[in-house]
Ligand binder design. Structure first.
Ligand code: SF4
Ligand code: SF4
Length: 401
């Protein structure tokens, strides 16, 4: 079979949701984290965003509508744990040198269980307790296509022998905050997601080490989160390149822990995202930097000649360079594409019904899209519409309620 035939078959299977990831391995190569846009900002002098910090306009923006002083205070504080507890994202065990009575000095006896189902259940239960709203387990492909070749500092990434599972955890974001994007409150829930990620991965890694197994905690580093989450059965990829979870839509952050603890793995799921994205295109329409493509179908190559786009994967490529430039202009990150996505909705029976039809009756997708657009004009719902930052500050709802 030629590479073209194989691509055609994969395209067909992808569009029908029969495969969750389509990769042409003759083109697709493992990627270095240094080529990721947030790393390139630090070294790539040819990029117009070189050395431009997202918050460089903070002082001039502060006080403008949606960019209050308390907003900046809360947004910067939301990153506190992520930025200070860097050991959470390290391969090293931060408890190597015990300093408190709560830390055991006894070398753990290896937990022996050949019941893979039981093993995955205990891991998932602990993931929930440590803050994950959803969790899935996948076995890594032997050629590691979704692991970075190098980290941001250009160190080669080589996994220890036997580490072949990824426990992928999702951290829920605050829907009310997200609804204000691109204003500041949405960035509060972004930063808060990363800080809670630190807690979840550090705890999960220590749990596994206490059971006598290896554990490598990771946020956005070490491997590409979206394909791993897809393989772990946590959702499908949307037109904007982000994960869509069947329950939380795009209002999640992804983190993972790699381990050699044997567990039952999950399978990818299909709930109609690929077909729905074909007709929807709302993320493209509402992207302030027009970084998302409008084409009906995905492509194998990026239309932009950017090292940050890794060709050979069948998807809608995103112009991450213009996206980042908008973040700088906005003086904080942006989540418009996540906010307007019709899958990003609070839990509710009406949404469950819509998701059922999207999954089993894709020919009705245009109807659901129209309904979603219509609901944007109902003052109580304002589906996908940007909420005023003041609404967030006056809000009474708290995470998880
Ligand atoms: S984050 Fe904002 S600027 Fe970037 S792709 Fe999404 S909507 Fe566009
Ligand atoms: S907004 Fe629409 S096109 Fe974009 S990811 Fe969500 S469903 Fe897909």
């Amino acid at each position: 079979m030629t590479s073209l035939d194989s691509r055609k078959q994969k395209e067909k299977a992808f569009k029908k949701g029969k495969i969750s990831l389509a990769v042409d391995k003759s083109v697709y190569k493992r990627f270095s984290e240094r080529d990721m846009i947030f790393a390139r900002v630090m070294w790539d002098e040819s990029y117009s965003g070189y050395r431009r910090a997202i918050n460089e306009k903070e002082e001039t923006k502060m006080g403008m509508k949606g960019y209050s002083q308390e907003g900046y205070a809360a947004m910067n504080a939301a990153w506190m744990v992520h930025d200070t507890f860097r050991q959470a994202f390290s391969w090293e065990n931060p408890k190597q040198a015990p300093t408190s009575l709560t830390q055991s000095t006894i070398k753990p006896k290896r937990f022996k269980s050949s019941d893979l189902e039981k093993n995955s259940k205990i891991v998932k239960r602990i993931a929930n307790v440590y803050g994950a709203c959803d969790v899935g387990i996948t076995e890594l492909d032997p050629d590691h296509p979704y692991l970075y070749t190098h980290d941001r500092m250009n160190n080669e990434i080589n996994f220890p022998e036997g580490v072949k599972y990824a426990i992928v955890m999702l951290i829920q974001m605050d829907y009310q905050a997200l609804k204000t994007s691109p204003a500041l409150p949405s960035s509060i829930t972004t930063g808060n997601g990363y800080s809670r990620m630190a807690f979840a991965i550090a705890g999960m890694a220590d749990f596994l080490r206490n059971l006598g197994y290896q554990a490598i905690p990771a946020g956005n580093d070490t491997g590409i989160s979206v394909p791993l989450a897809i393989q772990a059965g946590l959702g499908q990829v949307g037109r904007n390149g982000l994960l869509i979870n069947p329950k939380y839509g795009q209002s999640v952050r992804i983190c993972k822990v790699y381990t050699d603890f044997p567990m039952k793995i999950d399978q990818p799921i299909d709930f109609g995202v690929h077909q729905f994205c074909r007709v929807c295109k709302k993320c493209a329409k509402y992207c302030p930097s027009q970084s998302i493509l409008y084409d009906d179908d995905p492509t194998w190559e990026s239309p932009w000649n950017s090292v940050s786009n890794n060709n050979g994967s069948y998807k809608h490529y995103v112009n991450v360079e213009t996206c980042y430039e908008f973040w700088v202009k906005n003086s904080t990150d942006c989540s418009n594409c996540m906010r307007v996505c019709p899958f990003t909705k609070p839990p509710g029976i009406a949404h469950d019904i819509a998701r059922f039809f999207i999954k089993y009756f894709p020919f009705l997708d245009p109807l659901w899209l129209r309904l979603d657009n219509l609901m944007a004009y109902l003052p109580w719902w304002r589906y996908g519409k940007k909420d005023d930052a003041l609404k967030f500050w006056k809000g009474k709802k708290y995470l998880g309620k």
